[in-house]
Design a protein around this ligand. Structure first.
Ligand SMILES: Cc1cc2nc3c(=O)[nH]c(=O)nc-3n(C[C@H](O)[C@H](O)[C@H](O)COP(=O)(O)OP(=O)(O)OC[C@H]3O[C@@H](n4cnc5c(N)ncnc54)[C@H](O)[C@@H]3O)c2cc1C
Length: 382
């Protein structure tokens, strides 16, 4: 196994580390208060090529493998998770469908603009009756001549308010269950498409999740993504592909929490000594460090397996589960190490605590990851 980055990637990793630390982090509190990512940061992210993280070089992207992507995601994870989610949803679930399943016309039509961040991507699977039971879709797509007519509602869709291009799953043949689902590329200006209610969330401020409403929405037949009837399989592949990247973002956030907690523990005095000198506090920090190191090894091992073309269905689910749970445990300990100030909004710790919570829910809950792992185990042992 080789996790070593080449010189170009090491340079890019350093550049992104500096950008996150010097440009994004100072604006984190502003993002939280205004619930908006400043356009300066978006502009700089475009310049750095971050929007093209998952896109091959021939379409204007960075053209890097999963190990390289994770190294960059780890850096991106070290700041406000609203910003991290906007980038992650675009470069992960928002782009990967077109990269993996798109035909040459679709790739040429969308990817160069998406790589530059001139068109933002989103992924729309979830509906009110189709959460964990993701194949239970009610949105329909009926072919009429050279168009499909979509009707239905999606909800909780990340990037809905800023996205230009949506990967949308809809039912083309209700008699076939999951095999009757097809994926489509829907542009925000297609007739009959609109963004509905924007959710008021616990955290991830600056990243907006909203309803998508399709009312006789007209989608040209050339915008079918992949093969008709393969939409559910496509959705699962897109989600599986994103799992190492999400774990790497969780790793970055967890590392940032350890860094802040160590600084605080070495500085804050109680009983006339830094609180780090109290073994109970030092042990919390040791436990955080162990879990982070384990997550780091796990993330890059799975990323390497992806680059080697290995089947990672079970391992990617394990990583999604473990990365989210580690981030939550680390965030909980970080609040504890900080005491009262960990609960106060003037300081970033409570924000990470709230933002960590979603990672156990979106892109498949922790329980659903356990179901995937169990199904694979059954196949291996039966
Ligand atoms: C902020 C945010 C952003 C999101 N972004 C997107 C996006 O960009 N695109 C998108 O398509 N979706 C998105 N989602 C949707 C997200 O993926 C779903 O919320 C998630 O999959 C869970 O579905 P649900 O909310 O309907 O919960 P439910 O499926 O109703 O689950 C409720 C509880 O029951 C458990 N449960 C359900 N079924 C089982 C089972 N078979 N075994 C064990 N436990 C089970 C769940 O684990 C959970 O604990 C987002 C959600 C949020 C909150």
């Amino acid at each position: 196994m080789n996790f070593q980055l080449d010189e170009d990637l090491l340079l890019l990793q350093r550049t992104i580390r500096e950008f996150i630390k010097n440009e994004v982090e100072p604006l984190a509190m502003q993002i939280e208060e205004e619930d908006k990512i400043p356009s300066t940061i978006i502009h700089q992210s475009k310049e750095l090529g971050l929007f093209g993280l998952s896109i091959p070089e021939e379409y204007g992207g960075l053209g890097i493998g999963m190990v390289g992507k994770c190294a960059l995601y780890e850096e991106v994870g070290k700041t406000h998770n609203g910003y991290t989610t906007l980038i992650g949803a675009h470069t992960g679930i928002g782009t990967v469908g077109i990269v993996e399943m798109g035909n040459e016309f679709q790739k040429n039509n969308y990817l160069p603009d998406m790589a530059k961040g001139e068109r933002i991507g989103a992924f729309a699977l979830t509906e009110p009756d189709a959460g964990s039971h993701a194949s239970n879709l009610k949105t329909t797509a009926v072919r009429k001549g050279n168009k499909y007519i979509l009707n239905g509602t999606k909800h909780y869709i990340t990037n809905a308010t800023v996205a230009d291009v949506f990967t949308v799953m809809a039912v083309t043949d209700p008699s076939k269950g999951p095999k009757g689902i097809t994926s489509f590329i829907v542009e925000k200006d297609f007739p009959g498409f609109k963004v509905g209610t924007i959710e008021n969330k616990m955290g991830l401020r600056g990243s907006h999740s909203a309803e998508l409403i399709f009312e006789d929405c007209e989608v040209p037949v050339e915008n079918v993504l992949g093969v008709e009837g393969q939409g559910y399989v496509n959705a699962l592949k897109i989600l599986a592909n994103g799992r190492a990247g999400l774990a790497a973002r969780n790793l970055g956030s967890s590392q940032k929490l350890l860094d802040m907690s160590m600084s605080y523990a070495l500085e804050r005095e109680q009983f006339h000594v830094p609180i780090f000198e109290h073994q109970a506090v030092a042990h919390m920090l040791s436990e955080m460090a162990v879990e982070i190191e384990a997550l780091r090894s796990f993330t890059y091992r799975i990323a390497w397996m992806v680059d080697e073309g290995k089947n990672v269905i079970k391992e990617a689910a394990m990583l999604k589960l473990y990365g989210s749970e580690v981030y939550n445990r680390v965030a909980d300990k970080a609040v504890q190490v900080h005491g009262g100030i960990g609960y106060i909004k003037d300081f970033p710790i409570e924000r990470y605590f709230r933002d960590a919570r979603i990672t156990r829910i979106y892109e498949g809950t922790s329980e659903i990851q356990k179901n995937i792992i169990a199904a694979q185990l059954r196949k291996e042992y039966q």
